[in-house]
Design a protein around this ligand. Structure first.
Ligand SMILES: Cc1cc2nc3c(=O)[nH]c(=O)nc-3n(C[C@H](O)[C@H](O)[C@H](O)COP(=O)(O)OP(=O)(O)OC[C@H]3O[C@@H](n4cnc5c(N)ncnc54)[C@H](O)[C@@H]3O)c2cc1C
Length: 401
């Protein structure tokens, strides 16, 4: 939105950004909020400010219906923290609609997941886990009992969450007479036979080794058949004690998309789009990021893919609307992947569109690359100098804590 609105120098369009969360946070940071190592108040960008700065409007609200025939969307009633309705249901008309509502974790209809597990799909969910996890650890330390945390899914989100949690527990122990590690037991369950299976074998192996070294139990080739109030039941019949379960296995598009009758959807309810991100059944609707399925060349649901798609659409949207010809097709550039386990270890792998294709890198270089991904995102939104000053002030804040 920021990029597209900036390109519209003569203000020919009315750009409106709708988001259910008034603060923009970078989703790959959610595990740090969930673990408590970063604070959303320090790492978020208020959408109202961003909108004002770049000349578009922000409307808070959750889209709960899209009607392509009448070209309108419906926003659910907006409620405050006490669940009091402060805005009624609203309908907005559009000429062009860009859907960029991301994804949520996929429970594959596993019994008990909705009722008894946590997700870290968005900020409220991550903060709910953080509050209840912190309380449980304090309780366990005082009552001298173990808190059993089970994370289901050893993709980037699950692996990074487990590492960040151990990091926080050790940091808390440094400021206390208690060793909080005595009161926590972290198990990660993975259906695949490798952790972070999108990485090459050697990195998966190194990540597994680094996780085990900091005390995380790993169960590979293991499927969960049910989650209960205090346990996880595995497909082989075994029951694991679980005081808290975090579900990070698989993703699907948010439910609102599966309600649209007139547009083609992928099996995980993503909108099927062409190489310009236009819905194949309706050229006035675009979709990018995790909720889009590019026909013929689907991409993985990563921040890298979402960001390249947003840059493409931001650059070409204006041309598409005015000229409607000679628009280049989107070409994904796979620059590589990164994964970090708290402050203990970082791993990276160059992507297939780089000269070092497939080459892996570890340690400080991977850590710097990981940090710079977020900082680049911040600079794209805030501009170079504001982004840089946010980075510097973060360093000072961390130092003064
Ligand atoms: C814990 C975690 C760690 C991750 N780590 C990595 C990583 O290391 N590397 C990587 O490449 N990817 C990672 N990912 C995946 C990455 O975050 C996503 O692929 C990326 O954020 C997708 O971007 P997006 O713009 O499509 O969606 P999002 O970033 O999810 O943005 C969607 C926006 O839409 C809003 N929204 C959703 N539904 C509605 C609605 N109905 N109405 C109004 N607004 C709505 C949300 O509030 C949100 O602001 C991670 C994801 C998680 C959860």
């Amino acid at each position: 939105m920021t990029r597209a609105a900036r390109k519209d120098k003569n203000k020919q369009f009315n750009f409106i950004l709708i988001d259910k969360n008034p603060l923009h946070i970078w989703k790959p940071m959610l595990h740090t909020f969930a673990a408590g190592s970063q604070f959303p108040s320090e790492q978020s960008i208020p959408l109202l400010t961003q909108a004002k700065r770049y000349g578009y409007l922000y409307q808070p609200g959750e889209v709960n219906d899209i009607n392509p025939l009448e070209k309108k969307i419906t926003l659910a009633p907006y409620r405050d923290a006490q669940n009091t309705e402060i805005l009624p249901e609203r309908t907005l008309h559009y000429d062009y609609l860009v859907v960029a509502i991301g994804s949520k974790s996929n429970d594959f209809n596993t019994k008990g997941v909705k009722e008894f597990s946590y997700t870290i799909d968005d900020l409220p969910a991550a903060m709910r886990f953080n509050r209840e996890f912190t309380d449980s650890i304090i309780q366990s330390a005082i009552l001298q009992k173990k808190h059993h945390l089970v994370i289901v899914g050893a993709g980037a989100a699950g692996v990074e969450l487990s590492g960040e949690i151990i990091n926080q527990i050790l940091t808390a122990s440094n400021y206390s007479n208690d060793n909080f590690m005595d009161y926590i037991d972290v198990t990660i369950i993975q259906a695949d036979d490798r952790v972070v299976p999108t990485f090459k074998d050697s990195i998966s192996e190194a990540v597994k080794h680094a996780m085990e070294k900091i005390g995380i139990r790993i169960r590979l080739s293991t499927r969960v058949s049910e989650v209960t109030k205090d346990s996880v039941i595995l497909e082989n019949g075994e029951t694991l004690k679980a005081d808290q379960v975090v579900w990070t296995a698989g993703v699907k598009a948010p439910e609102v998309l599966s309600k649209i009758k007139d547009l083609a959807l992928s099996p995980t309810s993503q909108l099927i789009v062409n190489e310009h991100f236009q819905a194949i059944d309706d050229p006035s609707i675009f979709a990018i990021g995790d909720c889009a399925y590019v026909q013929d060349s689907p991409l993985s649901t990563t921040a890298q893919a979402a960001s390249q798609q947003a840059i493409y659409l931001g650059n070409h949207f204006f041309k598409m609307m005015i000229q409607q010809t000679n628009i280049p097709s989107f070409k994904y550039v796979d620059k590589g992947s990164l994964v970090s386990i708290g402050t203990y270890a970082s791993f990276g792998m160059f992507g297939r569109n780089t000269i070092f294709r497939g080459l892996e890198f570890r340690g400080l270089s991977a850590k710097i690359a990981h940090i710079s991904l977020y900082r680049q995102h911040q600079m794209r939104l805030l501009g170079f100098f504001k982004g840089l000053s946010a980075w510097i002030s973060d360093r000072f804040r961390k130092w003064s804590r």
